[in-house]
Design a binder for this molecule. Structure first.
Ligand code: ADP
Length: 191
């Protein structure tokens, strides 16, 4: 089984690239942001709790995120592997993921970080906000808050996996296909 983390700030193109990898490598795409949005539209208790944080552009607490993630992974025992998008976003989430995989004799194969400049991120997210129905994409101050959260709480996850020799960084600027080629050549080296 292949376990790949697509990493990078909000708006760096993780979701777009994850969809391409799903098609090529038959991986299952887990986006914690999408899982939360689906809980919100189903009006579950978890969704109601998560929405409070998401609307402010801050991370949902780890215990809520981890419970949801574990339920999802455990409901899908027969896939070739996973592509994690927007998870892990904190060191405790990374530790919990590693622990969960260890219990199944599995491990993270690679973390692939997409590098994109701040101003480009704001431009991309505001553009996405024009037709995505995501209120957290429409307000520049919320977008900047998400970028601060990324720097403060998430960016260290790169170093966490770098110490394990798993982290890779690629340029996230260019066409979707160019970026996809960069990611594919990294994955082809590890499988
Ligand atoms: P983006 O990458 O553009 O910020 P996401 O859909 O990945 O979009 O995330 C939207 C929001 O969902 C985040 O701002 C955060 O509040 C919440 N969220 C998503 N994944 C996590 C996570 N792993 N841990 C905590 N909060 C999360």
């Amino acid at each position: 089984m292949l376990h790949i983390i697509l990493f990078g700030p909000p708006g760096s193109g993780k979701g777009t690239q994850a969809e391409k990898l799903v098609a090529k490598y038959e991986l299952f795409h887990i986006s914690t942001g999408d899982l939360f949005r689906s809980e919100i539209s189903n009006k579950t208790l978890l969704g109601i709790k998560a929405k409070e944080f998401m609307d402010q552009g801050i991370l949902v607490p780890d215990e809520i995120t981890l419970g949801m993630l574990k339920n999802k992974v455990e409901s899908l025992p027969h896939v070739q592997g996973f592509i994690y998008d927007g998870f892990p976003r904190t060191i405790p989430q990374a530790e919990a993921l590693d622990e969960m995989l260890k219990e199944k004799n599995q491990h993270i194969n690679a973390l692939i970080a997409l590098h994109v400049e701040d101003d480009e991120i704001v431009r991309r997210i505001l553009k996405r906000g024009q037709n995505s129905n995501r209120s957290d994409d429409e307000d520049e101050s919320i977008i900047r808050k998400r970028m601060d959260e990324y720097r403060l709480k998430t960016s260290s996850v790169y170093n966490y996996y770098e110490l394990k020799g798993k982290s890779n960084s690629i340029q996230g600027i260019g066409s979707i296909d160019e970026i996809n080629d960069r990611i594919n050549s990294l994955i082809d080296k590890i499988i």
